[in-house]
Design a protein around this ligand. Structure first.
Ligand code: FAD
Length: 315
């Protein structure tokens, strides 16, 4: 450990990816600080599904357990968002929202992504409860229900087919998407998906329960759930501050990484949704573990080289 720096590794973001990396690094006796803004993506959802061994656990309970596990091995966790980062000779300095700073030899960006939702009244209000995007996250809970798909791009056809697997009562609201091509149209018609022309004005419901999709002409269609396709925008301002450029994806923007999360910027790794827009909790956890192992391996190599130089100096 370089004594001029406060930590071996600073992990920015304390979601599944960041905390998994913290466990891996702390178990390797690395000094680790996790800086967290406390706003994980799935916070609006009642439960996290497809999480083996913790099926349906409340998202914040899962992260609280992850924090305890990381702390038990000595990781430091600060509820203090990173506001800015800059490179110094032998590492990085991170400025926190509180005004404090930490410095570290390596940086892991695990800041997740922001879901840019369609600008339709009701979408944000019901997001994560009865406005859904991911069939693997909450599709089983919506099985057999009256499901509406808010069409925003040609990809909405694919989302319709995924949710049609879960319910016989699926309606595709064409809204802003182009008319399905003939192949898509055939598939939707053969699967008894109702297609509705016209722009959606708003979603209507009470409490957590969605009740209807309302078109601009006033027609109301009763629904229990609506699916949307957000734009997935990596929270990557810190990466850009270090000179990184985001990569484009049909669904949004992300930090491109090599194997085990290494980015193009020396000393900087990324894991979870910030670099893999489709990563669910288990995948983000795995990516965090991999990145943690890769960072430790990188530090081990650097430490060994430093030991050789120091030994040569002492001879
Ligand atoms: C509504 C909804 C429901 C979902 N349900 C499921 C499900 O059932 N099962 C499943 O497997 N997946 C589900 N997902 C996907 C799941 O949310 C992601 O797989 C997971 O959150 C990715 O983890 P992450 O660590 O990459 O990012 P996040 O969990 O989003 O964590 C990122 C963390 O970084 C913090 N952060 C961001 N910027 C900064 C900064 N500058 N400084 C410090 N901290 C910062 C954030 O506040 C946050 O705490 C769902 C997603 C949504 C939107």
């Amino acid at each position: 450990m370089n004594t001029k720096l406060t930590h071996d590794v600073a992990i920015i973001g304390g979601g599944a990816a960041g905390l998994a990396a913290a466990v891996t690094l702390a178990r390797s006796l690395r000094s680790v600080v996790v800086l967290d803004a406390g706003d994980p993506r799935n916070a609006p959802a009642a439960g996290a599904h497809n999480v083996l061994g913790r099926e349906g656990i409340a998202p914040l309970d899962l992260l609280a357990a992850g924090r305890r596990e990381a702390q038990q091995y000595g990781a430091e966790i600060r509820n203090d968002p990173a506001a800015a980062v800059r490179r110094i000779d032998d590492g990085f300095v991170v400025e926190l929202a509180s005004g404090a700073t930490v410095s570290a030899r390596r940086l892991l960006l695990a800041t997740g992504l922001a879901d840019e939702l369609p600008d339709v009244p009701g979408v944000r209000e019901f997001w994560g409860r009865s406005v859904l995007h991911c069939p693997y996250c909450h599709g089983w809970e919506a099985r057999g229900q009256r499901i509406g798909v808010l069409g925003t791009s040609p990809l909405s056809v694919h989302q319709t087919l995924l949710f049609r697997q879960l319910s016989d009562d699926v309606t595709l609201f064409l809204h802003e998407m182009p008319e399905p091509d003939s192949e898509a149209w055939e598939q939707l018609a053969a699967l008894d998906v109702q297609m509705v022309d016209g722009r959606v004005e708003r979603l209507h419901g009470e409490g957590d329960a969605l009740q209807a999709v309302v078109l601009e002409d006033g027609t109301e269609f009763p629904v229990d759930a609506v699916t949307v396709a957000p734009r997935f925008m990596a929270r990557a301002e810190l990466y850009e501050q270090l000179g990184g450029t985001l990569s484009e994806h049909p669904l949004g923007q992300f930090i491109e990484t090599g194997q085990m999360g290494r980015t193009d910027i020396a000393g900087v790794w990324a894991a979870g949704n910030v670099s893999d827009l489709g990563a669910m909790v288990s995948v983000a956890t795995g990516a965090g573990t991999s990145a943690g192992a890769a960072i430790n391996a990188d530090l081990v190599t650097e430490d060994a080289q430093a030991a050789v130089l120091s030994r040569a100096g002492a001879l």
